[in-house]
Design a protein around this ligand. Structure first.
Ligand code: GLU
Length: 328
């Protein structure tokens, strides 16, 4: 990816204050210590079987590598958060024996950091104000789902950051043209064309909400994440996140986008549709070894009907078999 946008006038690396540069430098040091993974649920409800399987795979990948796994809670989009969900997520993971390292990382505690990075990007010429309609911005808060590529309408306008008609503009990333590439552990390397397949994503919504892409890119760097294991529905989100990390002068982690669990009708499980969580499974009489067996069998790691604890699964699975199961 080129470092400057040719159609953008004066752009330069984002000027970041020393405390931010230091946080990224610390993240880089952590990265050099070995495998550092994370599981990053949104507290929009209890984890369903698909989320739990992703958590298991992220945990397994880290533990098999003798590495670290962090629990990050993506709670920036406050209206979507459900009371008690953060505690429920922790309790569910603990019940399954999926331990994590260090304190739980709440994105809501890092708003100041994200805002500082954002203003650095703005001062460096990497953002522009956008007043396109709400419908066009509908993709911003949710990390999932196919989002339309922004046609760049406001990119070519003289920037006006002020409120108009009582409404502030949203802030879009002026994405430099070129290919955005990243390493995939279980699939061909990721590659997206910035202009035609990613587009200028919103980093700050008109209502002041900071976007998931910004927070996630900053967090992977700050926390020194080397491996991101998450659902394949987030594959397209990797483009803007990797591009942002590049603009901040940093290499991205490697990614393992894992298949999603689908219901009987082939639809991916979703919290919105009330997909079953641990509570339902417990009501059906399943205990933790049964659930681990079910999740692991679903990922092709153990035979169907297996009953085993998370620690026993760790002893059972070889790193190569994890890779093979996920490549399939
Ligand atoms: N919090 C988002 C989710 O639950 C994104 C996770 C990620 O980047 O791994 O889907």
């Amino acid at each position: 990816m080129s470092a400057t946008g040719p159609d953008s006038g004066a752009v330069s690396p984002p000027p970041l204050p020393l405390h931010v540069v230091e946080q990224f430098a610390l993240g880089l040091q952590l990265r050099n210590q070995g495998y550092r993974g994370r599981f990053a649920p949104s507290p929009t409800g209890p984890l369903h079987a698909g989320n739990l399987r992703t958590a298991l795979l992220a945990w397994l990948g880290a533990r098999l590598a003798g590495g670290v796994i962090l629990l990050r809670i993506d709670d920036l989009d406050a209206p979507r958060n459900r009371p008690g969900a953060v505690e429920a997520i922790q309790a569910d993971l603990a019940w399954l024996g999926l331990t994590w390292d260090g304190p739980v990382e709440l994105q809501s505690r890092q708003r100041g950091l994200y805002a500082t990075v954002l203003s650095g990007l703005r001062r460096g010429g990497w953002l522009y104000p956008c007043r396109c309609s709400r419908r066009m911005l509908a993709d911003v808060s949710a990390p999932h789902g196919a989002s339309p590529i922004y046609p760049g309408t406001c990119r070519r306008q003289p920037p006006d950051w002020s409120a108009r008609g009582g409404r502030l503009p949203s802030w879009r990333l002026r994405l430099p043209p070129g290919s955005i590439r990243w390493q995939e552990r279980y699939a061909a390397p990721g590659c997206l064309d910035a202009a035609t397949q990613v587009g200028d994503v919103v980093l700050r919504r008109a209502d002041g909400f900071l976007a998931y892409h910004l927070a996630t890119a900053v967090d992977e760097l700050r926390l020194g994440i080397t491996e991101v294991v998450r659902g394949v529905d987030l594959w397209p989100a990797t483009g803007p996140q990797v591009a942002l990390m590049g603009l901040l002068g940093m290499a991205p982690p490697a990614y393992g986008h894992v298949p999603l669990l689908c219901d009987g009708r082939g639809q991916r499980l979703s919290k919105r549709d009330g997909a079953e969580g641990l509570e339902g499974m417990r009501r059906r009489g399943l205990d933790a070894p049964a659930v681990i067996g079910l999740l692991a069998a679903g990922a092709g790691l153990v035979p169907a009907g297996s009953r085993l604890s998370a620690t026993e699964l760790l002893q059972e699975v070889r790193p190569q078999s994890l890779a093979q199961a996920l490549q399939a």
